[in-house]
Ligand binder design. Structure first.
Ligand code: MG
Length: 378
């Protein structure tokens, strides 16, 4: 297949709303390739390697981390973008950046940090991802953050409450106007869900938290599993499952591409602006496959994320995040100088935000080491 020109409704840089701080155009890359490259070179991106996706990083070397999850999201996103003649580097940049604001210990860490921040404006990993690329990465001489293109930043901000949208300026506008983001951002959003649904089946099975019989109750898994085991009756369980997962991803991604293509033909948006005002999400699976995808998501929630072994890890993670937050709030000087100086410079709200930035940026193992250092009787 040849890589052709962009479709008329793709996001293109000549119509971009650009960067917050204007810069000369790159000499040998596109603007969105430059965004992707900046994300890959960021500190927050490297730290994803040691952050929990579902299993705490040190529980095993074979499970997904937030870094490998992000790479899988980017792979799926790029395939879909390229099949639909959309902007592949932009899709890739959004996918790679989508989880940069995640705390250590996955959702347990984020929920506890949000609870700690209740009186100080809350904590939301999605908003934090934008904060990382807009402000917290400090590597460039001419501007704070990574100074990414508007469309990349908008795609990173997947959802946002109206009260927050007002404070966010340009990237918050679409939530107030009830508009959709560009197609590339829509792809990144759904590629995230496809990636975790499938890799969590793999990791959950390997960890012994879900069984083959349980998985076969799920239409998406059961149907592909039956086809694989009939065609390859002598295959060992592990390869059977890998082959099944491979086909599950294929089923969902193919359906997503075909349904989205049909939506685009039906609405025939003349450009990316018409995608935004279309009044509906255009990157979608068919209702049948989406129902199966949601059922699997629900199944994983019930059997994997709420498994007793997972819950024990959750309680420990909550304790670490809560205690670290309280210690830094009481004694900002226990944080590194650049954080304690910022924490001391303002009121309690400002101090809480600095502490949240510091804790959210930690890897799992650094948070555990800090907890042991500061709470030695813990
Ligand atoms: Mg994700």
């Amino acid at each position: 297949m040849t890589v052709g020109a962009l479709a008329p409704y793709a996001t293109c840089e000549s119509r971009s709303r650009g960067r917050r701080f204007p810069e000369p155009a790159p000499a040998y890359r596109s603007e969105y390739q430059r965004d992707r490259d900046r994300i890959i070179h960021s500190t927050a991106f490297r730290r994803l390697m040691y952050k929990t996706q579902v299993f705490v990083n040190h529980e095993g070397d074979l499970y997904r981390t937030r870094l490998t999850h992000s790479l899988e999201v980017a792979q799926i996103g790029r395939s879909v973008a390229s099949a639909l003649s959309l902007n592949e580097p932009l899709t890739e940049a959004i996918c790679l950046a989508h989880d940069l604001g995640h705390t250590p210990f996955g959702h347990a860490g984020q929920d506890m940090l949000n609870a700690c921040m209740r009186e100080f404006g809350g904590f939301e990993h999605n908003l934090q991802s934008l904060r990382v690329v807009d402000r917290l990465e400090a590597k460039y001489a001419d501007f704070p953050g990574l100074n990414l293109m508007f469309e990349t930043r908008e795609g990173i901000l997947k959802h946002c409450a109206k009260r927050n949208a007002r404070d966010l300026g340009d990237v918050g506008e679409r939530f107030l106007k009830r508009e959709q983001p560009g197609l590339e951002a829509q792809i990144a959003d759904i590629a995230d869900a496809i990636a975790y649904n499938n890799h969590d089946v793999d990791d959950g099975f390997r960890a012994g938290l879900i069984t083959l019989d349980q998985l076969c109750t799920q239409a998406l898994f059961g149907r592909n599993y039956a086809a694989v085991s009939e065609r390859y009756p002598d295959l060992d369980d592990r390869r059977l499952i890998y082959e099944t997962i491979r086909r599950m991803i294929g089923t969902v991604v193919t359906d997503l591409i075909e349904t989205t293509r049909a939506n685009l033909e039906r609405l025939a948006p003349a450009n990316a602006d018409e995608v935004r005002s279309a009044g509906e999400v255009l990157v979608k699976m068919s209702p049948e496959i989406f129902a199966e995808h949601l059922s699997l998501k629900q199944f994983l929630k019930q059997h994997l994320y709420s498994h007793e072994k997972k819950l024990a890890m959750t309680r420990q993670a909550e304790r670490i995040v809560r205690e670290l937050f309280n210690i830094y709030m009481q004694s900002p000087a226990t944080m590194p100088a650049e954080f304690s100086a910022r924490a001391d410079a303002g009121d309690e709200h400002r101090r809480a935000r600095v502490v949240a930035d510091y804790v959210a940026g930690m890897t799992d193992r650094f948070a555990i080491a800090e907890f042991e250092r500061l709470c030695s009787n813990g």
